[in-house]
Structure formats: structure tokens, C-alpha cells
Design a protein around this ligand. Sequence first.
Ligand SMILES: Cc1cc2nc3c(=O)[nH]c(=O)nc-3n(C[C@H](O)[C@H](O)[C@H](O)COP(=O)(O)O)c2cc1C
Length: 157
Amino acid sequence: MSEFSAISGVRSLHRLIYASRQRIAPADLEHEVGAIIRASIRNNREASLTGLLLIHDGWFIQALEGPAEAVMTTYRRIIDDPRHVDTKVLSAGPATSREFADWNMCARHMSASDDAILDALALRAAFRPDTLSATSALRLLKAVRGIQERTASAAVG
Ligand SMILES: Cc1cc2nc3c(=O)[nH]c(=O)nc-3n(C[C@H](O)[C@H](O)[C@H](O)COP(=O)(O)O)c2cc1C
């Protein structure tokens, strides 16, 4: 492998999506999620990472996208975080473009008004993100991104 392809390999755009189970007392959830988001914004900006963190029903689902090496380094750090367990990679590999380019990391709690999304994805009865296919996981996070965009523009307009 030439030096150039080795470098372009680590710099090329990758996306990783994983699911994990929260290990945070309900009373501490808001506080801990706030701390996770603050650390993520600080570190991910530095590492050219973008993504989305979905928080629902005792689960985290997160997309991380950016240079392959940064994605893996960050994911290794995240795996060791005691605030969740049973991390399972749902999808990982090269990506042609960023799907979550607007956020260094934003979190979304699903609420009752978001149920339509879960219904559409047939997920509401038993929310088991660890069984999602790569395609469904990306579809879910993109649907959440759509809500996030509409909510943000409603707040501005
Ligand atoms: C579900 C979950 C998602 C996280 N996502 C990120 C992330 O995208 N970027 C990040 O730097 N840290 C993330 N963290 C936090 C890391 O595990 C770790 O606490 C943090 O990176 C340490 O940052 P610091 O050394 O700057 O304090 C996440 C943690 C959890 C539990």
C-alpha cells in the first residue's frame, strides 16, 4: 500500500452506528446526557466528527461520522464509558457524504409526539435497537434528524 493510500484510508469519511443500553439512574439522566453532549461537542469538533445521539426507552443509538481513525478512536473511548453497557455496532464502513453534518453532536429524546416515527418503523411495540439492520438504523437516525431540523426552524421562525 502506498503512503498516499494509507493516509487517504484513515482520512476518508466513515460512519459507525451503534446501540447500547443506558446505565444511568433515571433521576441522573438529564444531567449525565448534558455532560455527554458537552464532552462530545468539545471533542468531536476537534476531531472533525459529526453525528447524532438518540436517547429512548433505556437505549442510546449513536451515529458517528468523520475520518476513519477519529471515528474508531472515539468509539473505543465511548465503549469504555460506564454510563452504558452492551454496545453493539449496527453499521460501520466508508460513507460517501455526511448525513449529520450540521451537528458536532446533538441528542434527541423521543417524546410521545415522536411516536409516529416509531410506528412507521414498526419499532414501538418492542424497541430493540440492537436488532436493527444497518439500513433501518440509519433510516431511524435520519428520521430523527428531520424532526430536529423542523423543531429548530420552528424555534427560529
Ligand atoms: C452514549 C454515549 C455517547 C458518547 N458520545 C461521545 C462522543 O460522540 N464524543 C466524545 O468525545 N465523547 C462521547 N462520550 C463520552 C465519552 O465516553 C467520554 O466520557 C468523553 O469523551 C471524555 O471526554 P473528556 O476526556 O474530554 O472529558 C459518549 C458517552 C456515552 C455514554
